[in-house]
Design a protein around this ligand. Structure first.
Ligand code: FAD
Ligand code: DLZ
Ligand code: SF4
Length: 518
């Protein structure tokens, strides 16, 4: 054999750098399904099924081109169930001159790869993952010029470099960012578009049975599986989004509604992160729809910013700051993750709704992740590692490079403000404004203390009290602290006591919410 080209489960792109110069007469592609990747955190069943089905389809597509693919299935008896073990077996089978792969998304896998030349006894060539707009070396260079201090600076630089929504060196419409127009709550009776979802085909159904058999205790329902698993389906999903949801994506970007899990969001992150779609084609489609007059500027700009800005920013940050990035704990948060993150058994309606959607779809949209489950974890002082492991497990789009900065930085503020200049902490007032959750809740969103007071209220004010040393002098926190200081000492003491009581009981059977006793 010539070269052994190892394609990982989130590298399902025909344009992958490792496949660029493949010689079908001599080279072999290796793909492996291994338990280690399914269990380093207990991934949602739909996430595993999505990746394994997409991997099998990708292997079929390569074979249809005449490429030799050595594909190791999860239930193959000889399977050693690790990347290193399977690669070693494949080297024995094929005796390649070298192993070629594209650099991994996750640091964890990067560490494994470093051991491979010695373990395998053949040269290992690791190529750059060029499916991103900004190479890691470019990000490091931009950092040295202070351009990555904040996402917004980085984003503007990326707009200039790529030319998205630019006109003669200036942002189209005169402004870089139209977020001020993107914070509307859904009016009552608003009719949402029906979203294109995908019925599992034979390959997906086979994989679903395998997942149910091999990972029976993992979180998540499989019966609603509806993700695109091929490039062709992913392109249909993109088209559906651009036509039916993008026009109103901006307006309702931050809204939440009971029973409505998708609203106007793209639902493209699993396909993007696994490589079925490229970031550039997705941004081009959005820009094209704007240019054709089919979507307003606030929608196109808001959407492109998520990908060209946020997605590239967190990836650059991850790869330039690891392995130290995940180690900090700025707020000294140490509580274990409450059981209701898995069971959904809580009287807090907003939390129960987000966990329900997460269980059913392996998906929650950004504001649910940030302002409901994320906000609760921040206010309750959940240990960053615990909350990170949850986010990494439960979402079909979750990979360490994108999940970690969002959770560790944006949600937990554990990085001390590298991503956000202030913590994303809110009380029930925000959740009540952006959703209908509070109307269906047994707690009183208006009450700060008392038996029916919403926990988000006393936890929020208690968060400010507890961390005054860290945030009291932050100009962006001046308003909340001014509001807090209007409460007299007695009220502040009552808030603190309510919060302490809730937190002490949170994970116990007599507390609220009850732990699931099985
Ligand atoms: P849309 O809202 O329609 O956005 C379009 C695209 O923009 C997404 O597909 C995604 O590729 C990109 N994007 C949007 N926001 C972000 C962001 N903050 N960071 C990076 N990319 C972004 N996204 C992941 O892809 N994987 C994760 O593991 C992940 N973990 C998260 C954890 C937390 C705590 C938070 C607050 C956010 C996380 N996000 C993650 C970001 C975001 O919530 C998801 O990308 C988004 O919800 C995916 O759904 P969508 O495709 O419908 O997105
Ligand atoms: C997430 C995942 C899962 C569940 N299973 C596999 C697998 O069996 N084989 C594989 O190649 N990849 C899998 N993945 C994705 C990998 O975890 C992902 O490629 C790495 O985290 C990238 O660094
Ligand atoms: Fe959530 Fe509080 Fe509103 Fe209930 S009242 S839905 S717990 S924010």
């Amino acid at each position: 054999t010539g070269r052994l080209i190892f394609v990982l489960g989130d590298q399902l792109s025909r344009g992958l750098s490792a496949l660029a110069d493949i010689d079908p007469c001599h080279d072999v592609v290796l793909m492996v399904e291994v338990r280690e990747e399914g269990t380093y955190v207990p991934h949602h069943k739909q996430k595993i099924a999505f990746l394994l089905s997409a991997m099998r389809h990708f292997a079929d597509d390569l074979r249809a081109e005449g490429i030799r693919v050595d594909y190791v299935r999860l239930d193959e008896p000889e399977n050693t169930h690790s990347f290193t073990g399977e690669l070693a077996r494949a080297v024995t089978r094929h005796k390649p001159q070298s192993v070629v792969l594209t650099g991994p998304g996750e640091w964890r896998v990067g560490e494994m790869i470093l051991t491979w030349p010695e373990v395998l006894g053949v040269p290992v060539e690791v190529r750059e993952d060029d499916r991103f707009f900004c190479a890691i070396s470019d990000f490091a260079e931009l950092s040295s010029r202070g351009k990555t201090k904040r996402m917004e600076n980085f984003y503007r630089e990326m707009r200039r470099r790529t030319g998205f929504l630019m006109e003669a060196g200036k942002p189209v419409g005169g402004k870089w960012n139209y977020d001020a127009e993107n914070r509307k709550a859904l009016p009552k009776g608003h009719k949402l578009p029906k979203r294109r979802r995908f019925t599992p085909d034979a390959t997906t159904r086979e994989v679903m049975a395998l997942v149910e058999d091999q990972f029976p205790d993992h979180f998540g329902d499989l019966d609603r599986f509806a993700w695109p698993v091929t490039r062709a389906e992913a392109l249909q999903a993109l088209d559906d989004f651009i036509t039916h949801a993008l026009p109103q994506f901006g307006d309702w970007q931050d809204a939440m509604k009971t029973g409505e899990d998708f609203l106007y969001h793209a639902l493209l992150s699993p396909a993007l992160n696994a490589g079925l779609l490229t970031a550039s084609e997705v941004c081009e489609a959005a820009e094209g729809a704007y240019t054709a007059g089919k979507v307003p500027l606030n929608a196109a700009e808001g959407f492109i910013r998520q990908i060209l800005g946020w997605r590239e920013f967190v990836r650059g940050l991850y790869w330039t700051e690891m392995p130290d990035y995940g180690q900090t704990n700025f707020l000294n948060a140490t509580r274990p993750l409450p059981w209701f993150y898995w069971s959904g058994q809580t009287k807090m309606h907003c939390m129960a709704e987000v966990v329900r959607g997460t269980r059913q779809n392996a998906y929650a949209h950004h504001i649910q992740r940030l302002m409901v489950t994320g906000n609760f974890a921040l206010l309750a002082g959940i240990a960053p590692a615990e909350i990170e492991a949850w986010y990494l497990a439960v979402y079909a789009d979750a990979f360490d490079w994108v999940e970690l900065p969002n959770t560790h930085g944006m949600v937990a503020h554990a990085d001390g403000g590298r991503i956000g200049s202030k913590p994303y902490a809110v009380s029930a007032a925000y959740i009540g404004r952006m959703s209908d959750y509070c109307r269906g809740c047994r707690y009183d969103a208006k009450a700060r203390t008392g038996a029916n007071a919403c926990p988000f209220n006393y936890l929020y004010w208690n968060f400010l009290i507890t961390h005054r040393d860290k945030f009291g002098a932050n100009p962006r926190m001046a308003l909340p602290y001014k509001a807090l200081d209007r409460f007299d000492y007695g009220e502040q003491a009552a808030i603190h006591a309510a919060a302490e009581d809730f937190l002490a009981k949170m994970n116990t059977p007599e507390g609220e919410p009850p732990a699931q006793l099985s």
